[in-house]
Design a binder for this molecule. Structure first.
Ligand SMILES: Nc1ncnc2c1ncn2[C@@H]1O[C@H](COP(=O)(O)OP(=O)(O)OP(=O)(O)O)[C@@H](O)[C@H]1O
Ligand SMILES: [Mg+2]
Length: 282
């Protein structure tokens, strides 16, 4: 039974790629409920299926076994209720910032019976989002003329344009420098509180996962599965100094321990040690 307050409900989800000798079990028995308005972060060793899970939520991947529902309806493809932001900014290089932001909305309108009031409202929203993102002064610029942080802000504004119920983000700040990332973290928190969107956010950075999320889901590889879920004990009002608090660093340590424990790196290091000893022995 799916709980009506859950925005997303994942039950016994299995997903594999390829067949025969090339078969990879990317996700195994994933069970997760995400409440409306929750900010969930996904962390875990490379290859543990974070992107696969996110893409499956976005309806970009099919799944083999189990069920996946958004707003109580089975996910069977992409929809305007779920918007995605990727690490690469994926903006249209031939469109200006403003045109990029309005583009998806345009596609959406072409499918519906659009009134001029709708178009006007959309223009108002794109202006508001541009102002919110600090992009008003570059609205007629092309993506190539912007810094990485600015391009990613355009990509986020574009995703928010359709007022998605769920925002799915795959390492959106992975390519940015540390300072720009901090700015983006605070912007992300602000947007989240303002828009009240449900967010599923994939990252390699445990600090980022704690600072942004209400729950941190640790995934483990081979097969991709959920290892553990950590509640983040901090309220909505967060500041950068929080990262220095003892409760923050303790939670970070516990999460990092789980990632190290499940990544298989321990075994690799042991094998490396054995190999070195063997070489020295010869
Ligand atoms: N299109 C694909 N075809 C075949 N195998 C795939 C495909 N995409 C992912 N995989 C495999 O599925 C598993 C999970 O990959 P996925 O990209 O979801 O991991 P990830 O946790 O996002 O990793 P990273 O942290 O490196 O981004 C890996 O073993 C990967 O090789
Ligand atoms: Mg990935």
């Amino acid at each position: 039974m799916t709980n009506p307050v859950n925005k997303i409900s994942i039950r016994h989800l299995d997903k594999h790629y390829g067949a025969g000798a090339r078969r990879t079990q990317a996700l195994h028995n994933i069970n997760l409920d995400i409440a409306a308005g929750e900010f969930i972060t996904l962390v875990g060793a490379s290859g543990c299926g974070k992107s696969t899970l996110l893409r499956t939520l976005g309806g970009l991947e099919e799944y083999s076994i189990g069920s996946l529902a958004c707003n109580g309806r089975p996910v069977d493809g992409p929809g305007p209720d779920r918007a995605m932001v990727f690490q690469s900014y994926s903006l249209y290089p031939w469109l200006t910032v403003m045109e990029n932001i309005r583009f998806c909305r345009k596609l959406h309108f072409h499918r519906d019976n659009t009134t001029s009031a709708d178009v006007e409202q959309a223009s108002g929203r794109s202006d508001a989002l541009l102002a919110l993102m600090g992009l008003s002064h570059v609205k007629h610029a092309y993506p190539a003329e912007l810094s990485g942080g600015m391009q990613q802000r355009v990509a986020i504004a574009r995703a928010l344009m359709v007022r998605p119920d769920v925002l799915l983000m795959d390492e959106p700040f992975g390519a940015l420098d540390a300072q720009t990332r901090e700015v983006m973290h605070d912007l992300m928190r602000y947007l989240y509180l303002l828009e009240k969107t449900t967010v599923v956010f994939v990252t390699h950075d445990v600090e980022e996962a704690i600072y942004l999320g209400q729950r941190v889901v640790v995934m483990a590889p081979r097969p991709g599965r959920i290892d553990s879920v950590f509640d983040v004990p901090f309220g909505p009002d967060r500041h950068q100094d929080l990262k220095l608090a003892p409760e923050f660093t303790e939670l970070k340590r516990r999460i990092l321990d789980r990632i190290r424990e499940t990544s298989g790196m321990k075994t690799d290091l042991e094998q490396l040690k054995k190999l070195t000893e063997h070489q020295h022995g010869n």
